[in-house]
Every structure is written in structure tokens, then in C-alpha cells.
Design a protein around this ligand. Structure first.
Ligand SMILES: [Zn+2]
Length: 206
């Protein structure tokens, strides 16, 4: 790959960032010393580099949000590599999974970040990883629903308020959302399971 005359090897492209973030990257390398397949430190350096340049002011090498992770995957990482004429390396998404584990496990995750479980979701959705952070087979089904564009904290608060208001009115918690999307709401007589659940209801009644 990197013997193409116009391509810059990743190790060269990230050399400055690896030096600038050496305390963090070295700590991650030490943290994963016992892991069976350690992540290449250049992949960690690339995470730091792309997070620093991200056009998303919630991102930094130690500060992450769910929507920011999605933006990094879709835009910041590919842009960073393309501007330096290096290929986006295989394994970068799995490296992010490990990076979040490292930050969380060593107390380095900025408390303004979203919880680690939320940061993993775009990696599983847009990044096609399984629930252990390993690549899914190409034909394997995605294991999460997409929340990549939904900001975690305000989104959860608003949805919680909406659900509580629905409960207070005696409605199903999802009815306000179904109405907003023009979907049929769950009828009052509904007590069925999810197998042919509310979204499949035709609205024709019993
Ligand atoms: Zn998604």
C-alpha cells in the first residue's frame, strides 16, 4: 500500500502528532501491554490528530461525544488522511473502541464526554463493529440502531420528558413520536407483544 510513490506512510504522516501527544499515546501503549493484539500506536496518534483538527468543538483527544465520534468517522479522519496523502488505515475504528476503553479505564476521559457506552454506538453503527469492538463480517447484520445524529445528553433529556408527559396522559411512551412521524399510534386495546407490534399495526382495529 505505502510503496505507492504518491502516498505517504501513516507513520510519517502522524510523526509530529505522535511526538506531541507522546504522553497520552505512550500511556495507551503501556495500558494495552497485556492485550493479545495490541493496537499500533500510530493509530492512536491518528485519533489524537483528527480529534484536534475536527470541526466539532466538542472533540479533543480526551473529550468525546456520540455525534462527534460519528463526525470523526465520516469526515475528520478521512479528511485528515486525504490532506496528508496517506490511506485511512484498516483497524482505525477498532482503535477508537480501544482508545475509549483506555481513557475510561485510566480515568482520562474528560467528564464533559458522553458515557463510553454511547461513544461505542457510532463505532458499531457507522463503523460496523460488533459488541466486543471487533469488525463485523461484511454480510453480517448491524447490531445497533442508528443514533449517530442524535446528541446524547439533550436527546435523552427531551425524549425522557416526552415519554413522561405521555405516561401522565395515559398514552404509550412512544405515541408522541409516532404521531410526529405520521405513524399510527398504539390503539387503546393494544396489549400484544412486539412480534407484530405497533409499527406493524394497520390502524384498522380489531
Ligand atoms: Zn448510525
Amino acid at each position: 500500500m505505502t510503496d505507492h510513490p504518491h502516498l505517504v506512510p501513516l507513520s510519517t504522516a502522524v510523526a509530529r502528532e505522535r511526538e506531541r501527544h507522546r504522553h497520552l499515546v505512550d500511556a495507551a501503549v503501556a495500558w494495552q501491554a497485556d492485550h493479545e493484539r495490541p493496537t499500533d500506536p500510530d493509530l492512536f496518534a491518528l485519533i489524537c490528530a483528527a480529534a484536534e483538527e475536527a470541526l466539532h468543538d466538542e472533540l479533543a483527544p480526551t473529550r468525546w461525544t456520540r455525534t462527534g465520534v460519528h463526525h470523526l468517522l465520516r469526515c475528520d479522519l478521512p479528511n485528515w488522511c486525504s490532506l496528508r496523502r496517506c490511506l485511512l488505515p484498516d483497524g482505525e475504528v477498532a482503535a477508537l473502541w480501544r482508545w475509549f476503553d483506555f481513557l475510561h479505564g485510566t480515568g482520562r476521559l474528560d467528564p464533559r464526554s458522553d458515557p463510553v457506552a454511547e461513544l461505542r454506538k457510532p463505532l458499531a453503527c457507522a463503523g460496523w463493529l460488533d459488541q466486543d469492538g471487533r469488525p463485523l463480517p461484511e454480510d453480517g447484520p448491524r447490531q445497533v440502531e442508528c443514533e449517530c445524529f442524535l446528541p446524547y445528553r439533550e436527546g435523552a433529556l427531551l425524549l425522557g420528558e416526552l415519554a413522561q408527559a405521555a405516561v401522565d396522559r395515559g398514552e404509550d411512551v412512544l405515541d408522541p413520536l409516532r404521531r410526529a412521524l405520521g405513524r399510527p399510534v398504539r390503539p387503546a386495546w393494544w396489549d400484544g407483544g412486539l412480534a407484530d407490534g405497533p409499527l406493524g399495526w394497520s390502524g384498522s382495529g380489531p
